[in-house]
Design a protein. Structure first.
Lengths: 475, 222
């Protein structure tokens, strides 16, 4: 695992706190093991030495020989041990055995030191510890013997294990507890971060107001203030861009008016009919440019109002029926069936009346323009689980893979013959987003044509009483 | 009929003045905002077509200055600003109509006719003088239902004389009303226009009497 690459602050903190804790635990465990063994061996060696002393106490001698006075009862006392086997041996300085167990290994080196020496050995496949003590016989200071006592290591091992367990178990417990504490502490400590994340991710892309920083911890203040500086720059940029688009669209108007004037003047001159035809073509081009400039202006105007708009409760039925009526004059010459179906109960949405009208009119305009002569366009408002505006036609439809792209500015579906600015649906999207509504394109009925559904969030019920009483100028 | 076109975009101003002159109006162009109130104060224009985005003096300030001087000239605002607030402000500052660019020429012309009809003909659609009838909508003069073919200048002079309904109009005034800054008309030229007009009106037993020092007026032949 490469922790340096892990971008989660929580994981990094956990890792950098828990890894050293684990390391410390291993170190203390090793230390505890050696300490435990050390104490256990000390205790064990004392016992071994005791046994050797009791053997020495049983040494008897006369001028001729040395023997050990070890009656069976004494032997039983000496060898009495629950877990370990005890062996003993009394040797002459030359190494010949005087008494005791024959299986004990002979001392490795000649024995000089008066200090007892300890060593490990293996006896009958069992590990033993052997003590070797030099003893002078009473009354025979010149006669020396060495006594070896061996004991199996069961008790030693048991003691070591017990000491070790006694240290390590509470330690494991403490490590786990501290890991829990650390993890909880990190979680608590990172709450402001996740608050910030939520505050930022729930924003609309047009909400460029500074992030609230009064409750931010000191460590995060620079980040928040950097974000706020960035937001401020973005807002200035966005405003500049919107101003630019609006100005540009605005600046188009006067020359367009000039063009129209000259075309009008030229058409009044008597002349070649082909010239008149060309002038009409030029005029339709100018009209398209005019349309485009107007849409661009609408788009630029739709953007900045987001967030600080004059929202009011609006009955979508009212907007949709008015807008449908506006397009009757365009649908009739094409022999189209343009229908409006209202919802049973009022479909209230909270929004900007003119923007909602613009949204609806763009959708109906698209349907009327792109649907063939004699086609059907249905504008429907429904108020079920949510308020929906649906505009459905039986025109050529929008291919599935194009359905995201048509919301991009100036994108036009390939092979589209009908005139359009490429801004209608982007405006719809823009306004919908400002109203927290979603726009979805699907197939029309029987898989033919296009159905655009705009789903609005429910109007807030807080000031529902006021809204109910609010009426519209023409409704 | 004399129109002052206050527009700083020469492309649009030239085209508009061309169209309006073709329709028989005398048109002066003023591209400087500060010059507009002065021009209105010194020349008897029948209409001011005002763009709001003028250099040196903003269109709204132009409106304020003109109206504060007590000028009653009809004013039509022609602008790229289409916000409701701008329309309301413009009309409340004393403009009589508001049209946003780009506009349809027939509509602009109809509005100009309507404003002038209100101002000069008190909203009468037809003016009669003897057997002569003048339609203020189509700007067509007829004698017993028969159209008289008039040139733009002849039409302009006839309108001036008809507005006065028999009282005399100074020839100098006629000259100034049908000439514009870039198309100066001499008094002699006006004399020729009046001479031609007199001939065309003979059929209706109407003559144009010229008296030295008093000017011209329409008169029924005895």
């Amino acid at each position: 695992m490469n922790f340096a690459r892990d971008t989660s602050l929580r994981n990094q903190l956990l890792c950098w706190l828990l890894l050293p804790l684990g390391g410390i635990w291993i170190l203390t465990a090793c230390g505890a093991y050696f300490l435990a063994e050390h104490f256990a061996i000390n205790t064990f060696d004392r016992e071994l030495l005791n046994s050797a002393d009791s053997v020495i106490a049983r040494l008897r001698s006369d001028p001729v020989k040395i023997w050990v006075d070890m009656p069976p009862a004494a032997q039983a006392i000496l060898r009495h041990n629950n877990r370990d086997k005890i062996y003993y041996q009394v040797l002459k300085p030359d190494g010949t055995r005087i008494s005791g167990d024959a299986i004990l290994p002979k001392p490795v080196r000649p024995f000089e030191s008066p200090v007892p020496s300890f060593r490990y050995a293996t006896l009958n496949g069992q590990d033993v510890r052997i003590v070797r003590v030099k003893a002078n016989l009473e009354g025979h200071e010149d006669k020396m013997v060495s006594v070896q006592v061996a004991m199996t290591l069961n008790a030693l091992r048991e003691m070591t294990q017990q000491i070790l367990l006694g240290i390590l178990v509470p330690q494991i417990f403490m490590i786990c507890l501290s890991a829990l504490c650390v993890s909880y502490g990190i979680k608590r400590g990172l709450i402001p971060l996740s608050k910030l994340e939520k505050a930022l991710s729930s924003r609309s892309q047009f909400d460029l107001t500074p992030v609230e920083s009064s409750e931010t911890p000191a460590e995060m203040k620079p980040v928040v203030s950097a974000i706020n500086i960035l937001l401020d720059k973005l807002r200035t940029d966005l405003e500049q861009q919107q101003r630019f688009v609006a100005n540009a669209a605005h600046q188009f108007r006067t020359p367009l008016a000039g063009l129209k004037t000259y075309i009008y003047a030229a058409k009044r001159l008597p002349g070649d009919p082909r010239m008149t035809e060309m002038l009409e073509k030029i005029e339709s081009g100018v009209d398209r440019l005019t349309h485009l400039a107007n849409k661009l202006l609408t788009l630029a105007k739709a953007e900045p109002q987001i967030g600080n708009a004059n929202h009011q409760a609006v009955d979508l039925n009212f907007v949709a029926s008015e807008m449908t009526a506006d397009f009757v004059s365009e649908a009739l010459p094409k022999g189209m069936d343009l229908t409006f179906v209202s919802s049973d109960k009022p479909a209230m949405v909270y929004g900007e009346l003119t923007d909602l009208a613009e949204l609806t009119s763009n959708l109906i305009e698209n349907a009327v323009i792109y649907t063939q002569t004699g086609g059907n366009v249905t504008v429907r408002v429904s108020n079920g689980d949510a308020v929906r505006l649906m505009v459905q036609d039986n025109g050529p439809g929008i291919p599935f893979e194009e359905r995201e792209k048509v919301f991009e500015r100036f994108y036009r579906v390939l092979g589209t013959a009908a005139p359009g600015s490429g801004l209608g649906l982007p405006i719809v999207k823009e306004i919908a987003t400002a109203h927290k509504a979603t726009v979805e394109i699907s197939d029309g009925s029987l898989g033919k044509g296009t159905k655009v559904t705009v789903t609005f969030p429910c109007a807030p019920k807080l000031n529902g009483n006021n809204d109910k009483n609010r009426s519209f100028p023409d409704s | 009929m004399k129109i002052l076109l206050a527009e700083d975009d020469t492309f649009l101003a030239d085209g508009l003045s061309m169209v309006l002159r073709d329709s028989g109006y005398a048109v002066d162009i003023e591209a400087d905002g500060a010059g507009v109130p002065i021009a209105v104060g010194t020349t008897p224009y029948d209409l001011l077509v005002l763009d709001l985005g003028l250099p040196n003096l903003d269109g709204f300030d132009v409106l304020k200055q003109i109206r504060s001087k007590g000028e009653t000239i009809p004013i039509l605002i022609l602008t790229a600003r289409d916000a409701v607030e701008d329309r309301v402000k413009g009309l409340d500052l004393g403009a009589n109509d508001y049209l946003t660019k780009p506009f349809e020429l027939p509509e602009l012309e109809a509005r100009i006719r309507a404003l002038i009809r209100k101002e000069n003909w008190s909203n009468r659609m037809e003016i009669s003088f003897g057997s002569l009838t003048f339609n203020t909508v189509d700007r067509v003069a007829t004698i017993q239902g028969k159209n008289i073919d008039l040139t733009a200048r002849e039409l302009a002079v006839l309108e001036i004389l008809l507005q006065k309904q028999g009282t005399a109009v100074d020839k100098q005034r006629i000259t100034s009303l049908i000439s514009s800054w870039d198309q100066e008309v001499t008094e002699n030229a006006v004399g020729i226009v009046i001479h031609r007009l007199r001939k065309k009106l003979e059929e209706a037993h109407i003559t144009i009497k010229t008296s030295r020092g008093l000017g011209c007026r329409l008169e029924l032949c005895p």
